[in-house]
Write a protein that binds this ligand. Sequence first.
Ligand SMILES: CC(C)(COP(=O)(O)OP(=O)(O)OC[C@H]1O[C@@H](n2cnc3c(N)ncnc32)[C@H](O)[C@@H]1OP(=O)(O)O)[C@@H](O)C(=O)NCCC(=O)NCCS
Length: 195
Amino acid sequence: MGVGAKEEDRAEKKSVPEITLRPFTLSDVDDFMTWATDDRVMRFSRRPTCTTKDECLTHMKDLIMPHPWCRAICIDDGGRPVGSVSVMPAPGADVHRASIGFGIAYDYWGHGIATAAVKKAASAVFEEWPFLERLDAIAEVNNTASQRVLEKAGFQREAVLKSYLVLRGESKDMLKVEEMNLLDSENNSRWMPGK
Ligand SMILES: CC(C)(COP(=O)(O)OP(=O)(O)OC[C@H]1O[C@@H](n2cnc3c(N)ncnc32)[C@H](O)[C@@H]1OP(=O)(O)O)[C@@H](O)C(=O)NCCC(=O)NCCS
């Protein structure tokens, strides 16, 4: 399927599949390959696009398995992953904030999967890490799909960071977004996206 077909698909809305999030295992490597070797997905990542199964396995062993919070996005319970969502706490003493990142295999774009996964991941980390006050994300200014996902999941635009990140050898302007209303003023309780 070409990119043009995806543009047309956006016009006709599809139902959002049920998704689950679970830790990766190395046996997910074949599914992981579907997006980790695809430059359409990886071009917004600072990691190079993998070219072989061995590179995918190394990436999984070195980065995914030891990651503090990285989950496989599955579209049926316990099923095969179609993408990943991760939350990285800030280093040092700033554990009150963390950043979210995500990617979906190209064949599954446009079904609302990333939006559902970001909402679930945000709810989960606020539950699991009571010290977390702020969840943010950065998206390249041209990455409209990612910005739309974050907007639909309840994040707010915060700033454009000029020449902030080097992606594929070029410094890029990045949009910084933060999750809003961490404290619900009426209930004085933590706001949970998707609840
Ligand atoms: C960004 C990404 C995760 C979105 O995944 P997805 O499951 O298709 O996302 P959703 O279906 O939940 O929502 C996508 C939204 O972006 C919109 N969108 C997609 N491509 C778009 C484009 N080129 N221009 C404008 N809007 C676009 C969709 O229409 C949809 O919005 P809508 O529901 O209002 O119609 C996926 O495209 C991807 O993996 N991209 C590469 C990796 C990446 O960019 N990761 C984020 C790094 S910050």
